[in-house]
Write a protein that binds this ligand. Structure first.
Ligand SMILES: Cc1cc2nc3c(=O)[nH]c(=O)nc-3n(C[C@H](O)[C@H](O)[C@H](O)COP(=O)(O)OP(=O)(O)OC[C@H]3O[C@@H](n4cnc5c(N)ncnc54)[C@H](O)[C@@H]3O)c2cc1C
Length: 351
């Protein structure tokens, strides 16, 4: 309410942060009629959720709504005495009435740390029953070092969905029951103006950082047949392990239908589904709701073709290497230069 009151009096706002909270606030301030600047240190928005190419759709959308996007530019100073007057971003002074810092926070876990509960840099370590290192003390939520449902790697999330599932597990165990938490894949959705931005699992950057080799598939198309009034665009991207074909992540950005598509990908990640299986899923169709062949499946087909091509190349390479190793006596040809009547020619030599 305080922010809204300040916004109704102000003319300009600077929002620092390119995640869900920053961008949702930025567009809301714009809708209240303010001139809005958005800045963040690294260039792509939603860096934990979207690949840079998908983030670009969000950036273009924000610009189309009249926001001034300064991604990749660092805020250096907030200037003012009683209240903010301006900010300095990358050497440029910008007058402003409001600054919103939406750059994330660190959970307050001091109480647990002081109590001697095992932690990693303040993130409380629990087992799968959400028990801490101290008997009968459980921990859940943003303060917990959770683990990924994709590859079991430690991960700290800040999502209500993760917190809720951890809370159910902790509550059942604390009450004498038995339940284990099976990891978080970070299924996420944000609405920035008319744009729905959703993701699950790993984006390409995080998957590669965690040691995966990838193929991806992306589709940009209309959600409904082109002749349907109000057919809107969506972009869907799938991130796939190029070795096993397992789906590692999904992203969708569009004016509608991003969340439900990503929720299907979440189920595929949870069941460790391969892209080969995923592309055969049957999705509901009627022109008022969807396209006959859904963008999610078009993205899956592209990813599958790339995965298959890589698998064929790897297979051929392996077979060739195995044959070379197995049959050293077989005569092989190599190019050798010999002089035939003064002419240099490449002819095959026989060893
Ligand atoms: C603006 C905003 C929007 C969000 N939107 C979404 C969303 O759309 N979807 C989503 O999945 N996630 C969203 N999140 C993230 C989500 O809210 C958090 O991940 C989730 O609330 C974490 O739960 P928690 O129990 O760890 O912490 P909290 O929900 O913060 O609960 C901690 C509680 O502990 C209390 N507390 C703290 N210290 C003490 C103490 N010493 N004694 C007693 N009580 C104490 C606090 O008052 C608070 O009630 C959003 C977060 C923010 C900030």
């Amino acid at each position: 309410m305080e922010l809204k009151e300040a916004a109704l009096k102000g003319k300009r706002a600077v929002v620092v942060g390119g995640g869900a909270i920053g961008l949702e606030i930025a567009i809301a301030l714009k809708e209240l009629g303010l001139d809005v600047y958005v800045t963040k240190r690294s260039p792509p928005p939603f860096p934990r959720n979207l690949d840079a190419d998908m983030g670009e759709i969000v950036r273009r959308y924000l610009e189309s709504k009249g926001l001034r996007i300064l991604f990749g530019k660092k805020i250096e100073r907030i200037i003012g005495s009683d209240q903010v007057e301006s900010v300095e971003i990358d050497g440029e002074i910008i007058q402003t009435d409001i600054v919103v810092m939406a750059v994330g926070g660190t959970p307050e876990s001091g109480l647990a740390v002081e109590a001697g509960i095992a932690h990693n840099n303040g993130a409380i370590i629990t087992n799968e029953r959400m028990e801490t290192s101290v008997e009968d003390v459980y921990a859940i939520g943003d303060c917990v070092l959770s683990f990924s449902g994709v590859d079991n790697k430690p991960v700290q999330t800040a999502l209500a969905t993760t917190t809720f599932r951890e809370a159910v597990v902790a509550g059942i165990n604390a009450a004498g029951g038995e339940m284990v938490y099976d990891g978080c894949i970070g299924t996420f959705v944000s609405c920035v103006g008319d744009l729905e931005i959703a993701s699950t699992g790993y984006n390409s950057r995080i998957a590669e950082k965690n040691g995966f080799k990838l193929v991806t598939g992306r589709a940009n198309m209309q959600i409904k047949p082109a002749w349907m009034p109000g057919a809107k665009e969506i972009s869907v991207k799938l991130v796939v392990d190029s070795e096993s074909g397992r789906i590692l992540g999904g992203q969708a950005v569009g004016e509608e239908g991003a969340a439900w598509r990503v929720n299907i990908v979440a189920l595929a990640i949870k069941t460790k589904m391969s892209i080969e299986e995923f592309r055969t899923i049957e999705l509901a169709y009627c022109p008022a709701v969807s396209n006959l062949y859904d963008p999610l499946l078009v993205a899956a087909d592209t990813a599958f073709k790339r995965f298959n091509r890589k698998r064929m190349i790897d297979y051929s390479k392996r077979i060739r290497e195995e044959r070379m190793a197995e049959t050293p006596v077989v005569q092989r040809t190599t190019a050798t230069t010999v002089d035939v009547k003064g002419d240099s020619k490449h002819i095959p030599s026989v060893k």
